[in-house]
Design a protein around this ligand. Structure first.
Ligand code: NAD
Ligand code: MG
Length: 392
């Protein structure tokens, strides 16, 4: 199987290459993309010898060409269009979509359009463009497999060949677990002054900076509720969030007969990656076996809507339909960047997103152009509110 890895230099990308390297007989790396992390991408090219490597711009391409001078065989491309090219190569059997944020939408959609096995880590693509994306998957016959650990767990716990109808499958609810992030027990008064360093220090998972902040605000879980809606055709009131601090149960499916099926494992993204890469057959992922005696206890709590308002904002956007989720996602990206650059407080993240949702009028999202326009409107409005009201 030939694989394109979009975002190979990120946390998910590196875990993906780790799994691929364990099965050289089974997988071949066809293309990699690394945006601005040129040194790491050069190392990956030396090791995996892809036919293509994509970086952000001409300067990065020049540097990568220099670094790989002794090893020809990798064609070096740059820019957003090149990402779409490697996502839809006729030779590619599977595409790992592991670019972070809205930047991943166009290439992920290109992979879906080309009918690939799409391994979806880039949840923002689905949050922004769920209807357009799922229509494209249905039209092309692409195989969409979730990498997000919760959705991968739901996928594994759903009936085989799930048709997209919870009612016909006897499914009552989808229960998404959440670790609660680094501030699960932090009092509200202290959240005002938490720093980016504290926010990105996740207790259970090692991840990129953006998703780590999203986990700290619980917007990550909000985005995942929207992601679950599109992946499993689940209405908002059939998706519940359960805080489970050990991150051992990755999510659950509640059936009408009272059965609850779950997927468990150590918190290591190589499990869902290996599962999706070779589905329906299982392969070794390098993840150590779960030691339940070491885990000892599994705990569950209700999310606190006062300390974590982002979760409710995401439900609100999902119920509003149309452009709301794209605006929510755009405002969140602006807010998280501002927080990481110390231009916005931690609690300001939710306030800025709420203010942006209030300010942008509702619209339908019939096609990709409308999605891109909603993203732009969300970003512009959030940036303007940030400088006017939030002092950023
Ligand atoms: P990361 O920040 O570690 O890596 C992001 C990757 O995207 C890098 O390869 C980077 O070079 C590339 N990139 C960044 N900006 C880009 C741009 N403008 N254009 C093209 N490429 C760009 O992020 P990550 O933690 O690996 O997360 C990747 C995606 O997977 C996110 O959507 C995240 O929500 C999702 N995800 C991650 C995890 C995890 O454990 N890390 C779990 C579930 C879902
Ligand atoms: Mg997740």
């Amino acid at each position: 199987m030939k694989i394109t890895v979009l975002g190979s230099t990120g946390s998910i990308g590196v875990s993906t290459l780790d799994v691929l390297a364990r099965h050289p007989d089974r997988f071949e790396v066809l293309a990699l993309s690394g945006h601005r992390q040129v040194d790491l991408l050069a190392d990956q090219c030396r090791k995996f010898r892809p036919a293509y490597a994509v970086v952000a711009g001409a300067a990065e391409a020049k540097r990568l060409t220099g670094l790989l001078a002794a090893e020809p065989g990798t064609e070096i491309l740059h820019g957003p269009q090149a990402l779409e090219t490697i996502a839809s190569l006729p030779d590619a059997d599977a595409v790992m979509a592991a670019i972070v944020g809205a930047a991943g939408l166009a290439p992920t959609l290109a992979a879906a359009r080309a009918g690939k096995r799409v391994l979806l880590a880039n949840k923002e693509a689905l949050v922004m463009a769920g209807a357009v994306f799922m229509a494209e998957v249905r039209r092309s016959g692409a195989l969409l497999l979730p990498i997000d650990s919760e959705h991968n767990a739901v996928f594994q716990s759903m009936p085989h060949g799930y048709s997209g109808s919870m009612a016909r499958s006897g499914v009552r609810r989808i229960l998404l677990t959440a670790s609660g992030g680094p501030f699960r027990t932090t009092p509200h008064a202290q959240l005002q002054t938490v720093t980016p360093e504290q926010a990105v220090a996740h207790p259970n998972w090692s991840m990129g900076r953006k998703i780590s902040v999203d986990s700290a605000t619980m917007m990550n879980k909000g985005l995942e509720v929207i992601e679950a809606h599109w992946l499993f055709n689940a209405p908002a009131d059939r998706i519940e969030v359960v805080i489970h601090p050990q991150s051992v149960i990755h999510s659950l499916v509640d059936y009408i007969d009272g059965s609850v099926l779950a997927q468990l494992g150590n918190p290591d993204m190589r499990t869902p990656i290996a599962h999706a890469l070779n589905w329906p057959q299982r392969i070794d992922s390098g993840v150590s076996p779960l030691d339940l005696f070491a885990v000892g206890q599994l705990n569950f709590e209700r999310p606190d809507p006062v300390r974590f308002p982002c979760l409710e904002l995401a439900y609100r956007a999902l119920r509003a339909e149309g452009n709301a989720a794209a605006v929510l996602n755009a405002a969140n990206e602006v807010a998280v960047t501002a927080f990481l650059e110390r231009r916005l407080s931690f609690l300001g993240i939710a306030d800025l997103i709420a203010a942006t949702l209030d300010a942008v009028p509702r619209q339908e999202l019939p096609d990709l152009d409308a999605v891109i326009e909603a993203d732009r409107q969300g970003r512009d409005t959030a940036s303007e509110l940030l400088s006017r009201r939030f002092g950023g």
